[in-house]
Design a protein around this ligand. Sequence first.
Ligand code: CA
Length: 220
Amino acid sequence: MEARILVVEDDPDLQALLAQGLREEGYDVAQARDGAGALRAAAAEPDAVILDIGLPDADGRDVCQALRARGMTAPVIFLTARDAVPDRLSGFSAGGDDYLSKPFVLAELLARLQALLRRAGTGGSRAVGELQLDPAAHALLGHDVRVELTPTEFRLLASLAATPGEVTRRRELVRAGWPEGAIVHDNTLDVYLARLRRKLRDVQGAPVIETVHGVGYRLT
Ligand code: CA
């Protein structure tokens, strides 16, 4: 299952360009042209939102605040023609996670989007071994398997699953698992990973969390 991206942009050319670029990267794309449409489309729980600040019926920052007030936690990237410092700050205080000034290069947007999705633990495929990570249920699901995960366990597993077979560094896992600025001791991460391993140990089709000494962990 690919990440679903909501694109909110009233410029039809830019909207089309973004939608095509995102689909070519394998994302599932939802589109809206104004604030009211964004609020409706967000009910489908996008994994990330690309949000123009200059919308015909609303300021994108107000739309972002409204989405946050409804409990949406997905990362938001603001787009704007303006590049003033006060705008950047107000974008972040409105609940945005990143900011791009028009005109921008599509590759730059895709790179930032990928970084945000990875941090949010929703990047790329949610397949984990032969099972699927279900963000709504905070569980790992298979045919007749259901492994309940705590929110932290879920984020750690999603982060590992974003790059199966590749090593995820310890500090990346800490970033994925805990809020920014949280003090996470080395053995806290070890404790959580040990618990995750125990949960996955007897589950058919589940991957194995392998330790790569001195580097990090990988799913195999
Ligand atoms: Ca606009």
